[in-house]
Design a protein around this ligand. Structure first.
Ligand code: PDD
Length: 285
């Protein structure tokens, strides 16, 4: 049996959605995806902080404190005996008759969370994959992790139809991020990634990578780069929760450098894995 979090209760998983839930009808809500490694939720505080920020930016009052949510999510993962996978959490602006504006009165937000088993993607992390390019058609507040994901869905579908792992998005000439991950390129031993502003989601994995680069004196430049620079890069990789770091060997028809995973990407992946295994060790010792 599988359990889900529904508001502040862990209940048997059901497939019922109130048809007037604003998350369902308008995408009016925010979400997070937390990775679970060897039974341990990773970077949960960072994910919950981002949830808090996303909610604030859309003027949604979160019904629970972050310590309360953390406790509930940790219990949910344990109750579902989740070893490897993700916790999905979303908070919508509640259920009420369908009018676009915020509901009047004190409609409670609806919180739902469930878990999903997912193997680690070590094969593709080690060996890399390909990506396609597509225009970034999203709104101008991509820093908010909102439930509105239609442009991301369309982009990822294009990737899958081309046997690619990701669709790299660009606004005009500028590379922003990917359909469900952040994008990095390496040129002359420096790591480049789009600055954390309204054009990208500031990934929790991205932030950890930047921290690890700092600790290991790998130079990072948080500046925009163009599609041309991406195609001429020495290395390209993408990052996201649970898929961690994936080297990109080819973008559309352009092979990146010699078409093998790059040396700096490999170093960063090694440091990231060390970080994960350190936490696993601390928890299980
Ligand atoms: N997506 N950019 C976008 C557009 C994303 O959707 C994601 C994550 C990221 C990476 O963020 P993080 O490192 O915090 O996972 C960047 C999640 C995994 C999803 O929607 O399933």
């Amino acid at each position: 049996m599988s359990y889900m979090l529904f508001n502040n209760e862990i209940v048997e998983r059901s497939k019922c959605v109130d048809i007037e839930d604003r998350g369902y009808q308008f995408g009016d809500g925010v979400y997070e995806v937390v990775g679970v490694y060897s039974g341990e939720p990773m970077l949960m505080d960072e994910h919950l902080q981002r949830l808090e920020r996303s909610a604030k930016e859309i003027q949604l009052n979160l019904p629970y404190t972050m310590p309360e949510l953390k406790r509930q999510l940790t219990q949910l993962a344990a109750q579902n005996q989740l070893e490897e996978g993700i916790i999905y959490l979303q908070v919508s602006r509640g259920a009420s008759p369908r009018w676009h504006e915020f509901p009047e009165g004190n409609i409670p937000a609806v919180t739902v969370a469930y878990t999903r088993e997912e193997e680690r993607m070590t094969d593709i992390e080690d060996n890399g994959g390909t990506a396609v390019l597509t225009e970034d058609m999203r709104w101008l507040r991509c820093d908010i992790k909102s439930l509105n994901l239609l442009p991301n869905v369309m982009a990822k579908q294009k990737a899958v139809e081309n046997n690619a792992v990701e669709a790299i998005l660009h606004r005009g000439d500028t590379v922003t991020e990917a359909s469900a991950s952040n994008v990095f390129m390496v040129k002359n031993d420096k790591v480049y990634t789009h600055p954390a502003n309204n054009y990208i989601l500031n990934g929790i994995t991205r932030q950890k990578i930047l921290e690890l680069c700092g600790e290991h004196t790998i130079p990072v430049v948080e500046e925009t780069f163009t599609v041309k620079q991406l195609l001429e890069a020495d290395e390209v990789f993408v990052s996201a929760t649970k898929s961690d770091i994936i080297p990109i060997l080819k973008v559309d028809d352009h092979t990146i450098a010699d078409g093998t995973p790059g040396k700096i990407t490999h170093q960063i992946l090694k440091h990231f894995r060390m970080f994960i295994s350190q936490i696993e060790k601390n928890v299980h010792s």
